[in-house]
Design a protein around this ligand. Structure first.
Ligand code: NAD
Length: 487
């Protein structure tokens, strides 16, 4: 077993942005024998080294979390709320550094994307901390009473992707902790640094073992999903990996919540004030470099104004600067990693090979060192093309024409995915009627990407299993336990 080397917690963090970074296990900052490079996608250069936990270190984190579960789950909601509020305060104190680190490792524009992500995560913790799942009386007679309790599960393992490393992680951590579970988080190796820092900050305010953050290579995920002492896996990532998680969870009948891929359609109805909504549609698709799980990935626009729409959309897109997220004028940053950048190129190659029409972008400047992908708009490619059928997860979006609404609905629904969707039209009732026919976990009508602590969020079909947020989401961090009492 590798030695776990505690680091003096009072020692000044040498550099918040470049390290050193530590695992957090048993309330301590811990070094790993090995490390791996984390790349700044705006420069293509190494930003920092992250620790690569050994199998023994992950095991230790889980063992300690299991021990901590005993006392943490015995606390009342009010007591756990005090801890979570303190955690939110501690994160707030480090807010500016976390925001900057997020842009450095992820690439997203600092003011418009990284800052709101960190702020929303902190606010989310405070709001979740105030939520309760009360004991319910489901039946009462003269002779007996039946209570329904929601009891914590044990140790929850969190596995997260690289698009929203702070928000998506804390969306899992906060509800797990307030309901009485302890947590071991494994961030993606592409963006582990902010998670390692908020793990470190957690050790100052939370009891040892309640939240551990353990970064590392590809073998850590399966180790977590196969571990007998993990009661639940809360996973956000691709559908393919989600299937691995589901299979692994079967071994010990773990609870799973899976937030997976999507191919969200936006339908612009014939009566839409289409010019007025172009900024919302543009940012819904290209905001965050198109790397939203619920980003608009296919735009269906009524043929009566399709040509006009495409022109106005492209004109708007031309006003947006692509570049380093640290530059305040930049609206679209780099793609997060080389693997994703290369994947996007395969979409471009396919579009070009099939003679589909690119009306903006499409040419990559290969001399640049960062992973900058131009804002690319594809005009009305065939419905069965790769860019329409697959999840591109990047700044390249098709604008498709349709003739009748039934056809648009059928095409939107003809997907293995069912994450989000949106409908846009002047007649709200008509738009809602269309929304009701879409096979998706979340459908926005004349707005996009609104989320909240009490708004259930999750996909249908191969976009996911279970939900996050809302009472439904919080309950998934608990077991229902029925207590039947003879009076
Ligand atoms: P990914 O599936 O490649 O990786 C996600 C996480 O799983 C990473 O931490 C990775 O290290 C880990 N992992 C890899 N193999 C594993 C295995 N066999 N067992 C356990 N864990 C394993 O996803 P990504 O490329 O990081 O993220 C992009 C994807 O995430 C897109 O498909 C996107 O749509 C999806 N996503 C979904 C949501 C949602 O809420 N539905 C949100 C954000 C991203």
């Amino acid at each position: 077993m590798n030695a776990i080397t505690p680091v003096d917690k009072t020692a000044a963090t040498a550099d918040f942005f470049t390290g050193p970074f530590h695992l957090t296990i048993a309330g301590k900052l811990v070094e790993a024998k090995d490390g791996f490079d984390v790349i700044n996608p705006a420069t293509g250069k190494v930003l920092a080294q992250a620790p690569s936990a050994s199998a023994e270190q992950l095991d230790e984190a889980i063992t300690v979390a299991k021990a901590a579960f005993k006392s943490w789950s015995a606390l009342s909601y009010d007591q756990r709320q005090v801890y979570l509020d303190r955690y939110a305060d501690a994160l707030q104190e480090n807010r500016d550094d976390l925001v900057r680190l997020l842009t450095l490792e992820q690439g997203k524009p600092l003011e418009t994307m990284a800052a709101p992500e960190v702020d929303q995560a902190i606010s989310y913790i405070r709001q979740i901390a105030a939520r309760r799942i009360a004991v319910e009386i489901v039946e009462e007679t003269n002779s007996h009473i039946v209570e329904l309790h929601h009891v914590p599960l044990g140790v929850v393992g969190g596995i997260t992707p690289w698009n929203f490393p702070v928000l998506l992680s804390l969306w899992k951590v906060a509800p797990a902790l307030i309901t009485g579970n302890t947590f071991v988080l494994k961030p993606t190796p592409f963006t582990p640094l902010t998670a390692l820092r908020f793990g470190e900050i957690a050790q100052r305010v939370l009891p040892a073992g309640v939240l551990s953050v353990v970064s590392g290579g590809d073998d850590l995920g399966p180790q977590l999903t196969n571990h007998p002492d993990i009661a639940k896996i809360s996973f956000t990532g691709s559908t393919e990996t989600g299937k691995h998680v589901l299979r692994a969870a079967a071994g010990t009948v773990k609870r799973v919540t899976l937030e997976l891929g999507g191919n969200d359609a936006a339908i612009v109805l014939p009566d839409a004030d289409y010019k007025a909504i172009i900024p919302q549609l543009f940012w819904g698709a290209f905001g965050h470099q198109g790397q939203w799980c619920v980003g608009i990935k296919r735009l269906y626009v009524h043929r009566s104004f399709h040509a006009d729409f495409v022109k106005a959309f492209v004109d708007y897109a031309k006003t947006v600067k692509v570049g380093d997220g640290l530059d305040p004028d930049v609206g679209v940053g780099p793609v997060q990693n080389k693997m994703q950048f290369d994947k996007l190129k395969t979409f471009l190659d396919d579009i070009k090979a099939n003679g589909q029409k690119i009306v903006l972008g499409g040419e990559i400047d290969e001399s640049q060192s960062g992973y900058f992908f131009p804002i690319t708009v594809v005009n009305n490619p065939p419905e069965d093309s790769k860019i329409v059928q697959e999840e591109q997860f990047g700044p390249i979006v098709p604008i498709l024409a349709y003739d009748d609404v039934d056809d648009a609905v059928d095409r939107a629904n003809a997907s293995i995915y069912g994450l989000g969707a949106s409908v846009w039209g002047r007649d709200t009732n008509a738009a809602v009627a269309v929304a009701n026919r879409l096979e998706a976990g979340m459908v926005w009508v004349n707005e996009i990407h609104t989320q909240g602590v009490d708004i259930p969020f999750g996909g249908v079909k191969q976009s996911g299993l279970g939900t996050e947020h809302g009472r439904e989401g919080r309950e998934l961090f608990t077991n229902a336990k029925t207590v039947l009492i003879h009076k």
